[in-house]
Design a protein. Sequence first.
Length: 53
Amino acid sequence: MTLLLLEALGALVLLVFIVWWTMFSGRKGGELPEEVERQKREPRPDKAPSDDR
């Protein structure tokens, strides 16, 4: 019974570590400012999509 509880505790610790790692291991300076994010999403005028019809 003790071994089963230790295994469950180990699985819980591993789960908490994985969740913590994925939540807090992002960019060092945090998220990019909204201006930079917006520029990344908008297509640049110098790279217009080609019309291959």
